[in-house]
Design a protein around this ligand. Structure first.
Ligand SMILES: NC(=O)c1ccc[n+]([C@@H]2O[C@H](COP(=O)([O-])OP(=O)(O)OC[C@H]3O[C@@H](n4cnc5c(N)ncnc54)[C@H](OP(=O)(O)O)[C@@H]3O)[C@@H](O)[C@H]2O)c1
Length: 326
């Protein structure tokens, strides 16, 4: 197995390198590319290091699987060339996610949609953790409406956002920020750019990608995406109206058995998911299960996951594992 990672020096790229053994790729030959700024440098990998190549050199490597995590522009320009060269491409960017012929996959939810595809899109990080929990609820009770508010870590914006938060914490303000306002000691109700309807691009990603993955094109779903000064781990407050009556016990049972979901719901001892404790974990954590007392079929949930793991590298590696095994 010969694996390539485009964007190997980035937060997601390095998370791929860490997580490869978890998904059975410990003995794969691994090659990595990044921008011209990084070509020739070595980054830590396994017990040694990996030399960063140019994307042109990577294309000559006769790879079986290539993970893209270098932004939508790079994916648009290069992904199909790797497919033509014989690789299966799993793309972490937004470039192909809503293309009807490109499957958008969360392996716990819609692995059947992979089919014979050789270009597969990995969803947005906030969407992945949301649908991993919504899918078993949809199967058991049906979904009528979903309202999600996110609390997204700065690592979701890439390594320059981590540098920005750390610089602000050290009292420096000269770092060119990826955000329109200070992020430390703050919450920004803006992830990415606004459209004319007042939604951000991130909010539309959550809405449209969830509909595609859940195969519910008319699902009533709305989102507010907020950036918070957390390093790793996206949190989501989710209000769901189910189609059928439910008990909290039945919901608990469904989620306790759902693949990739870990239930942490013991409010008596303040036990619930928190971003501080999900770093490096591959699952989606859910807690604070309770009835929405304002609606007979309303349910409130709190969902947390490592945005670099399940929100990016883990999900892509699970797709690769699925392809290898099928
Ligand atoms: N961070 C998350 O939580 C997350 C979650 C899901 C999806 N994603 C997606 O994954 C991608 C990477 O995110 P990230 O957080 O890892 O960003 P990042 O930390 O900023 O890393 C970006 C990577 O892309 C490389 N790159 C930039 N321009 C390039 C070019 N022209 N050619 C080749 N490589 C280039 C960079 O190389 P240099 O080091 O040389 O600059 C670096 O390796 C983005 O598409 C993002 O939307 C991120």
């Amino acid at each position: 197995m010969r694996i390539g990672i485009v964007g190997v020096t980035g937060l997601v790229g390095r998370t791929f390198l860490e997580a490869l053994p978890v998904y059975g790729f410990e003995s794969a030959e691994v090659f990595g590319a990044a921008s011209s700024r990084s070509v020739g440098i070595s980054i830590p990998f396994r017990s040694g290091s990996l030399k960063v190549e140019s994307i042109e050199v990577l294309l000559q490597r006769r790879l079986d699987i290539v993970f893209f995590s270098a932004g939508a522009g790079v994916s648009r320009e290069w992904a199909l060339r790797f497919v033509e060269a014989g690789a299966v491409v799993i793309d972490n960017s937004s470039a192909w996610r809503l293309e009807p012929q490109v499957p958008l996959i969360v392996p716990e939810v819609n692995p059947h949609a992979i089919g014979e595809a050789r270009l597969i899109a990995n969803p947005n990080c906030s969407t992945i953790q949301l649908v991993t929990v919504l899918a078993p609820l949809a199967r058991a009770f049906g979904l009528e409406r979903v309202v999600v508010s996110t609390y997204q870590a700065v690592s979701g914006t890439g390594q320059r956002a981590i540098a920005q938060l750390m610089a602000e914490r050290e009292g420096q303000s000269s770092h060119p920020s990826p955000y329109p306002h200070p992020i430390d000691l703050n919450c920004l109700p803006q992830c990415d750019v606004f459209d004319e309807e007042g939604y951000t691009r991130e909010e539309w990603k959550i809405i449209r990608e969830s509909r595609k993955i859940l195969e519910l094109p008319d699902l009533a779903i709305t989102a507010t995406a907020v950036r918070v000064p957390v390093l790793v781990g996206h949190s989501e407050s989710v209000n769901v109206t189910l189609q059928r009556d439910f008990t909290i016990e039945a919901v608990r049972e469904v989620l306790a058995q759902a693949p990739g979901v870990v239930l942490q719901d013991e409010p008596d001892r303040s036990f619930y998911p928190m971003p501080r404790f999900v770093g490096g974990q591959n699952e989606v954590f859910v807690g604070r299960l309770r009835r929405d007392t304002s609606h007979p079929r309303g349910l409130n949930l709190w969902i947390v996951a490592d945005n670099l793991r399940k929100g990016a590298a883990t999900n892509a590696l699970q797709i690769a594992q699925h392809i290898r095994q099928s």
